[in-house]
Design a protein around this ligand. Structure first.
Ligand code: NAD
Ligand code: DAU
Length: 332
């Protein structure tokens, strides 16, 4: 049994991780979350109070962070500004949280000598051509495209420097696109599901040819626990489940599962600087640490996710109108 500090644990992937930890280990969890527009207490509802505690606060608050690090054995760092479209509109919060916030946590890890796992993204590697035979590996050079991905790349480099210069006991993981319950309605899959529930046509950026490599959030969680248990300090592990699909195919699959015509969507203004394709080669994680994903079939994982949004309208409805008004103002 260990005490974990999970930053961003009231967000999409962080809350899925907390649920996974409670279900599969006997660890206790302290969540540190600023509860920005993306954080939601309700994502932790129903978890046992003697196992999970939520502290509302900023990862850039050094005094608060030091006090919480002192109470735990290890830290898993999910907190971030995470949405590319928002970073094109207002990059500043991405610098504050993703760079200064991560720096603040690393300094605490150094001072208090705590095991640190940093959650990052495949977007730090830029994008691939549709026919590129080589997927991203741990050796792919960094080449981020957006304010979001460049701040995530910067945070990864800070972690590497703190390992080498100060001996911080850290690992890094870079994961592909997650789907599952508790994802904010600003993101692609929940936006389209909740549009269909509301009678709004799904919105596809550009031609819909962009490819994302989908993994269920629960598989991301099992990979992170594996790295926390058996990962080698200083190493980076790529997490992916061989789930490449283009956006058009995903929208059509959502419409079909929800009983609508497959062509009942609109093409809208494309994202500026839109990355074409992400694809992860997770051989290192699988062969060195023995991890395998459990959600082999994207379509059944997607169907379960659709059902979750049908069953949990009270969770997503408060954010829906504001998100759609924001997209509409940009022709999206
Ligand atoms: P999210 O936007 O759903 O959640 C982010 C959480 O961080 C929210 O609860 C928010 O309140 C909290 N937060 C933001 N700023 C904070 C601050 N200054 N202090 C404390 N808490 C703060 O994001 P997500 O999609 O769950 O992503 C979580 C992590 O996983 C991020 O680091 C992201 O880069 C990474 N990641 C995401 C994906 C994906 O597909 N969503 C894929 C790979 C990696
Ligand atoms: O690859 C990992 C990344 O995946 C994470 O680092 C990010 O935090 C996460 O947000 C996600 O980034 P993307 O930009 O790929 O995800 P998003 O859900 O915003 O968009 C997925 C794809 O769908 C992308 O090609 C843009 C497109 N899209 C998005 C929206 C919101 C649409 O076609 N229509 C939409 O309405």
């Amino acid at each position: 049994m260990a005490d974990l500090l999970v930053t961003g644990g009231a967000g999409f992937i962080g809350s899925n991780f907390v649920h996974h930890v409670v279900a599969h280990t006997d660890h206790r969890v302290t969540v540190l979350d600023k509860l920005t527009y993306a954080g939601n207490r309700a994502s932790l509802a129903g978890l046992p109070e003697d196992r999970v505690r939520l502290v509302e606060g900023d990862i850039a608050d050094a005094e608060l962070v030091d006090g919480l690090f002192a109470e735990v054995d290890a830290v898993v760092h999910y907190a971030a500004e995470s949405h590319n479209d928002n970073s094109l509109h207002d990059p500043r919060p991405f610098l504050d949280t993703n760079i200064i916030g991560t720096y603040t946590l690393l300094e605490a890890a150094r001072r208090l000598d705590r095991r640190f796992h940093h959650i990052s993204t495949d977007e730090v590697y830029g994008d691939l051509e549709l026919d590129d035979p080589q997927r991203f590996t741990e050796d792919t050079p960094y080449n981020p495209s957006s304010p979001y991905s460049s701040t995530k790349a910067g945070s990864d480099l800070l972690v590497r420097a703190w390992v080498r210069s100060f001996g911080v006991r850290a690992t890094i993981s870079n994961c592909s696109n997650n789907y599952g319950p508790y994802q904010h309605v600003e993101k692609f899959i929940p936006r389209q599901i909740t549009n269909v529930i509301r009678g709004i046509r799904p919105k596809l950026y550009g031609k819909g040819e962009n490819v994302r490599d989908w993994i269920h959030a629960d598989d991301h969680s099992s990979a992170v626990l594996t790295i926390l248990d058996r990962g080698e300090i200083g190493e980076t592990y790529l997490i992916g489940a061989d789930g490449e699909k283009n956006n058009k195919d995903v929208v059509e699959m959502i419409l079909e599962i929800m009983g609508e015509p497959r062509d009942a969507y609109d093409h809208v203004t494309d994202r500026a600087g839109h990355d074409l394709r992400y694809a992860i080669d997770s051989t290192k994680l699988r062969s060195d640490l023995g991890w395998t994903p459990s959600f082999g079939d994207f379509e059944s994982g997607l169907a379960a996710t659709i059902q979750w949004y049908r069953d949990n309208e009270a969770w997503w409805a408060p954010a829906k109108d504001g998100v759609e008004a924001f997209y509409a103002s940009k022709g999206q």
